[in-house]
Design a protein around this ligand. Structure first.
Ligand code: ADP
Length: 506
């Protein structure tokens, strides 16, 4: 099929009636349980990444809008309607929300695919199903947050019997700033633990992909959460996002995004000593040992980078292959990459969609040029695909070295850099030579080899014979400049609660 045929189909594709109806509705900000206009009067255009054509616009919320949203969230945090709920009531609300997301799964998946570009099947399976499961997992935590009783040895109150109740209070209003790679799922990763812990929320979606967060706002209301518990303010990072970070009544910021912005946010949070969790960038290594099962390792390493077009913080973007199997491995992964069907998200046979924006496409293509100029050998890809939309072909740059920018810097696209290693020590050293430490994978059929490598890797998640596996029960976050704090599991609840020791002298 020629590129022009694809282009024709892309241009002619019509969304379903439900999605078309949602797109036709004017978008506003969701504050205190109702739709309101931003004081800015400005719009942010929303594009279909498969065509580059505008499909919608959202409002550019600014500091005054954030003030209103934070006021609503603060009032809700203190309200009997929210504070008076039993933990089991919060659990039930989160379950109801998960059921509503499941009910509207087809609409949400189609909307996400249209807004972000990803294949609709992937959106359905990963983003929407992942959101449902995350809400259900975190719902269970609402009833399982408890403290402990301590009998201290304190000698300053002679004659008194002293007991300390060490409890955890909800931290307060949480400002949640999320990126565009998994828009709905990232919103849910932030909202679910906050709500389970009894916090209230102001969510700022990424300006490129705000649609599913706005859809979700109404589901939150339909589920029965009191007004003001969840607010959604669309807007630009340096306006709405920065206003949330600066706001004195926001107790905590939960951020997922680039390391560059994470540092700005982390510094900003210190002005008011906000709690902050940062889930940032990565340059995750994939180590393929000589005893790897190549039938698993070749597709595994390929999907480690090409899943979601490489727009994944844990993408396996640095490939280290034992010299003994380097040639067959590279031939295999190059063939796999060339066979990936790149196309619009709505097409059922699409395996990899476009990048999210023209800006990202230009950035990724420029990195490929930098890599070639630095001496990287282009095995496959290396260019845009088609004459419309933001497509980049799966790309492999081989024979790289640790000094190159394409090896050190996060590209956040379908580009993997590869080099061979001679010994395990060398592989571990290469893998750990990075400012990042988010993910890593080891491919080996030998348990001892795999374990010895895994235990030496500096990464928050290390996968053996798999990559990008993520679960709500398993702590997730980064070493080094990949972040601060851990999401998921009990760690996520701890991030949203403040330890408090209550002393009783009786
Ligand atoms: P990416 O580089 O992947 O686009 P960013 O880190 O730029 O990711 O953006 C992630 C989120 O952070 C988005 O919601 C964006 O609007 C927001 N953001 C960007 N800059 C700032 C900032 N200075 N303060 C607060 N939020 C910001």
């Amino acid at each position: 099929m020629g590129v022009s045929t694809v282009t024709q189909q892309q241009s002619n594709h019509q969304p379903s009636a439900a999605v078309a109806a949602f797109l036709r509705r004017p978008k506003q900000l969701w504050i205190d349980g109702t739709w309101v206009d931003s004081v800015s009067g400005r719009a942010i255009e929303v594009y279909d990444p498969a065509t580059g054509r505008q499909i919608d616009s959202v409002q550019a919320g600014v500091a005054a809008d954030v003030d209103r949203a934070v006021a609503a969230a603060s009032a809700a945090f203190e309200s009997a309607a929210w504070r008076g709920l039993r933990p089991a009531d919060r659990e039930a609300l989160l379950w109801r929300l998960s059921d509503l997301v499941a009910r509207d799964a087809d609409i949400l998946a189609e909307l996400e695919s249209l807004d972000n570009g990803k294949p609709v099947g992937l959106a359905r399976m990963v983003d929407v199903n992942g959101a449902v499961e995350y809400l259900r997992y975190m719902a269970g935590w609402a009833t399982k947050i408890h403290g402990r009783v301590i009998h201290p040895s304190f000698a300053g109150l002679p004659g008194a019997e002293i007991t300390v109740n060490a409890v955890r209070d909800p931290v307060g209003v949480v400002g949640q700033i999320v990126p565009w790679n998994f828009p709905l799922l990232m919103a849910v990763w932030k909202l679910a633990p906050a709500l389970a812990a009894g916090c209230t929320c102001v969510l700022k979606p990424a300006e490129q992909t705000s649609l599913t967060a706005l859809y979700l706002a109404e589901l939150v209301a339909e589920a029965g959460f009191p007004a003001g518990v969840v607010n959604v303010v669309t807007g630009l990072g340096h306006e709405a996002g920065a206003a949330l970070v600066a706001h004195p009544d926001v107790a905590k910021i939960a951020f997922t995004g680039s390391t560059e912005v994470g540092k700005i946010i982390g510094r900003g949070c210190m002005d008011t000593m906000k709690r902050v969790s940062l889930e940032l960038g990565g340059k995750s290594p994939v180590i393929v040992c000589a005893d790897a099962d190549l039938d698993k390792a070749i597709p595994g390493a390929a999907m480690a980078i090409f899943f979601n077009a490489g727009q994944v913080c844990t993408a396996g973007s640095r490939l280290y292959v034992d010299a003994k199997i380097y040639e067959p491995f590279m031939a295999g992964i190059a063939a796999f990459a060339s066979g990936i069907k790149v196309g619009p998200g709505w097409a059922p046979d699409t395996q990899m969609g476009p990048l999210v924006s023209a800006e990202q496409q230009a950035r990724v293509l420029s990195y490929i040029e930098i890599g070639k100029a630095e001496g990287g050998e282009l095995l496959v890809g290396g260019e845009a695909q088609g004459d419309e939309g933001y497509f980049v072909k799966p790309t492999i740059l081989a024979n790289v070295n640790p000094a190159m920018r394409v090896v050190r810097e996060e590209i956040f696209g379908p580009v993997v850099v590869a080099q061979k290693f001679a010994t395990i020590d060398e592989a571990v050293k290469l893998a750990n030579t990075s400012d990042y430490g988010l993910g890593a994978s080891v491919w080996s059929e030998g348990l001892s080899t795999a374990h010895r490598i895994a235990s030496r890797l500096q990464a928050g998640s290390v996968w053996v014979n798999c990559h990008n596996a993520i679960d709500p029960a398993v702590p997730f976050g980064g070493f080094k400049q990949s972040g601060l704090g851990r999401e998921h599991g009990e760690e996520a609840i701890n991030l949203h609660t403040e330890p408090k020791s209550i002393w009783y002298a009786v």
